[in-house]
Design a protein. Structure first.
Lengths: 342, 418
């Protein structure tokens, strides 16, 4: 690291002929740290270590406090569908799957838009507009989730009832898009999984777009020029150079977006009306996710319920940690993740 | 954050063979007129007229069949149909005029541009809608001077306000910043300056924690601080939960910034005999100051809007509580959450939007501050810094052998000159 720092030791060598021969051999490079540096390194190491400790503490405390319910119910906590405290029926089976459904739909909406946005910013937008767009995407990521929730609930919800009905009427041949109804009741389409997933997708678009853009803009300029020299159009260049180069980064970004969508709390809790079955008709009212479940029961604090909520939180924590760590490794391993590795 | 502008090919230099055709002709003699300059980035009339014509034609095409022939109704559906018709017409015209490859190229260009416009529209929509709905509450001055103690759900907007939540949000944010920024920058220094194999797991964990579910952060602090340590709901616990959210964001961003510090600055410091500690303190950190500030403020902008970490930690109160260490303390997000869920009467919803507008303004202020301070390469100086440097240089006079740089300012200047 700081092997250059001890260059001064050369000057202290006495210039006798015997020493010259000694100096011919490669000098072992080691950096004697001053006491100040030792303290400094200690502080830095402690800082890095502390981050690991905090993550470990989160897991430890969640496991400790969830132990009561988990010991009582065991693995069935993952497969039970109901949320009833009595009689060992409690479990996150349906809620976990509903959350995955929401995150998957959100990702399916977000990825095409985010990729198009990233390509637009890194390849098509002229210089001034590019800076503005980068700032706007960052701003979109910084808008508080409660405001997305307000907007989704009060603005979007009354306006998408027709869309939900149209989807059910005309795309109902796809099983999960069908909402069985005899008389049309607007409420049946209001608090739907589809609406929650659309709003969540708006929240993960900036995340996916911003990582993808960074990766795309690092595509080597000589390969771009080579593609142009072979007579490629701009899209031809993007398809053959930029997209293959950024593949790993995009996959990682999508997984980070998925993790974020899994953990999204407030928007889902505000929009959706909670159910404890697996959602089969996504334009229909009703849905759930682990984070929304916890938020909805936050004010009910009987110890058993709390332990169950913490167990649910633990499941969520483990799922997102696995997804995000995989995403991080994929981004770092990809040829494009130069920022992330040495 | 890391505004890495891609080194880009100037458009039109290679893609247009016309340029190559002009130059040999010019070399022939003085009789011919000088070659016309080819303007790069030129927009031809066709580039503008074809999309415009396609847009108009699409409206004309969709106008009648929609509602009358097709099984659709509503404004949204009209524009979706219009957009599809526009894309088909635009690609069709380009395809007829310039061939299939140009057609695909233009089609993709149109689609990606649409994504840009879509995002722009969503942001304007968000900000505009909250501002519009929130104005009803915000225009009453008492909204920012009173608490909700005297105001019930049915009372008009001229009574009651959110000053207690403003105070709570600012205090919680301040505490969280005081905890997470020093720790985050230390961890980032560990990743960037020490590095090595030990840093890899930390980096992976930090990346994973950037997407830590907000609610889990709240639950963690709840189990640790409130159940185990026996504290009650308070602003301090909320700020700890916000710290857990902010820490990975600051660490990750700061590491990227620290890596952008040119290595020759570090080497210059080592060559002058500086220890690692002094190199970091006097060279690396001052050079990265703007970027680190930006990262910290972006982390604050993210933390101030978090709702879920507060659900289990801050508690809720209608009273003013300026002491974050005792008693429940409302923050803005939790106040909005409570207003629109507990008693969603018309006035409470208006108040919720008013608080949302206040929150949005706080985020926008933080965000603009980050943009104003940031957006500069490491070591790039502000105009004020450059003036000061010029003044100092004028006072000192031309020195043939300047003394070794005692502070980062000198190193920074060298870095800027390279």
């Amino acid at each position: 690291m700081n092997d250059i720092g001890d260059a001064r030791s050369v000057s202290s060598a006495p210039d006798s002929p015997t020493m010259v021969r000694v100096l011919d051999r490669p000098r072992p490079i080691k950096s004697p740290s001053s006491p100040g540096d030792k303290v400094f390194h200690g502080v830095l190491n402690a800082g890095g270590f502390l981050v690991l400790v905090i993550t470990g503490l989160i897991a430890t405390f969640l496991i400790l406090k969830a132990a009561g319910v988990l010991h009582q119910i065991g693995w069935r906590f993952l497969t039970n569908f109901q949320w009833i405290l009595n009689g060992n029926k409690i479990g996150v089976g349906a809620v976990l799957i509903d959350g995955v459904i929401i995150a998957t739909i959100a990702l399916a909406i977000a990825i095409p838009v985010a990729l198009a946005l990233a390509i637009f910013i890194s390849e098509y937008a002229p210089g001034g507009l590019r800076r503005v767009m980068i700032a706007l995407v960052d701003l979109m990521a910084a808008i508080p989730s409660i405001l997305y929730g307000l907007w989704g609930f009060f603005f979007l919800m009354p306006r998408v009832i027709g869309v939900g009905r149209w989807i059910s009427d005309h795309l109902g041949f796809i099983p999960f898009l069908k909402v069985p109804y005899t008389t049309f009741i607007p409420g049946q389409f209001e608090n739907s999984t589809l609406l929650a997933a659309s709003v969540v997708s708006l929240m993960i678009i900036p995340i996916v777009a911003s990582i993808s853009r960074q990766v795309f803009s690092q595509a080597p300029v000589n390969e771009r020029e080579a593609a142009y020299a072979l007579g490629s159009t701009r899209w031809g260049m993007i398809r053959t150079v930029v997209l293959p180069y950024g593949r790993g980064g995009v996959i990682g970004a999508a997984m980070l977006g998925f993790g974020r969508a899994m953990g999204e709390t407030v928007v889902i809790a505000i929009i959706i009306s909670p159910v404890f079955t697996i959602v089969t008709h996504i334009p229909e009212s009703g849905g759930n996710s682990i984070a929304a479940l916890i938020a909805n029961f936050a004010s009910e604090s009987s110890p058993e319920m709390l332990s169950a909520l913490i167990a649910a939180g633990l499941v969520l924590f483990v799922v997102t940690l696995i997804v995000n760590a995989l995403a991080g490794i994929i981004v770092a391993r990809s040829r494009s993740g130069m920022e992330d590795t040495d | 954050m890391s505004a890495t502008t891609s080194p880009r090919r100037p458009e039109g230099t290679l893609g247009r063979p016309a340029e190559a055709d002009v130059r040999p002709g010019a070399a022939d003699g003085a009789t011919k007129p000088p070659p016309r300059m080819i303007r790069l980035h030129a927009v031809s009339a066709e580039d503008v007229l074809v999309p415009a014509a396609a847009a108009v034609a699409a409206i004309a095409l969709v106008w009648y069949p929609y509602e009358n022939v097709l099984p659709f109704s509503g404004v949204l559906g009209f524009w979706v149909c219009w957009y599809i018709a526009f894309l088909v017409l635009y690609c069709g015209v380009t395809g007829v005029r310039a061939g299939r490859r140009a057609m695909v190229d233009r089609g993709i260009a149109a689609a990606t541009t649409t994504a840009g416009i879509f995002v722009l529209a969503v942001i304007l929509e968000q900000v505009g809608y909250v501002a519009l709905r929130g104005w009803a509450a915000v225009k009453h001055l008492n909204f920012f001077t009173q608490t909700m103690v005297a105001a019930g759900p049915l009372q008009p907007l001229t009574v009651g306000g959110i000053v207690h939540a403003l105070v709570g949000s600012l205090e919680q944010l301040g505490l969280a910043t005081a905890f997470s920024v020093p720790l985050g920058i230390t961890a980032a220094l560990f990743l960037a300056e020490i590095g090595g194999p030990r840093a890899q797991p930390v980096r992976v964990i930090v990346t994973a924690m950037t997407a830590l579910p907000e609610i889990v952060a709240g639950l963690f602090i709840y189990t640790m601080v409130i159940i185990t340590l026996g504290l009650h709901y308070c602003g301090f616990a909320a700020s700890l939960a916000l710290t857990v959210m902010m820490l990975p964001i600051v660490t990750r961003g700061a590491e990227v910034i620290l890596r952008l510090v040119p290595n020759n600055l570090r080497e210059a410091s080592y060559a002058l005999g500086g220890s690692h500690r002094r190199t970091v303190w006097y060279v690396v950190l001052p050079t990265a100051r703007a970027g680190l500030t930006t990262v910290s403020i972006l982390g604050m902008a993210r933390a101030v809007g978090e709702t879920a970490p507060l659900l289990f930690t801050a508690g809720f109160t209608n009273e003013m509580n300026a002491n974050p260490f005792s008693g429940p303390q409302s923050g803005l997000p939790i106040l909005i959450w409570d207003f629109i869920r507990k008693n969603p009467t018309q006035t409470m919803i208006e108040r919720g939007f008013g608080a949302g507008l206040a929150l949005m303004i706080m985020v926008l202020i933080l965000f603009s501050a980050a943009r104003l301070l940031g957006g500069k390469a490491p070591g790039e100086m502000t105009r004020r810094q450059r003036r000061r440097l010029a003044r100092d240089a004028a006072v000192a006079g031309p020195a043939p052998n300047p003394p070794s740089p005692p502070a980062g300012q000198e190193a920074q200047w060298q870095g800027a000159g390279l």
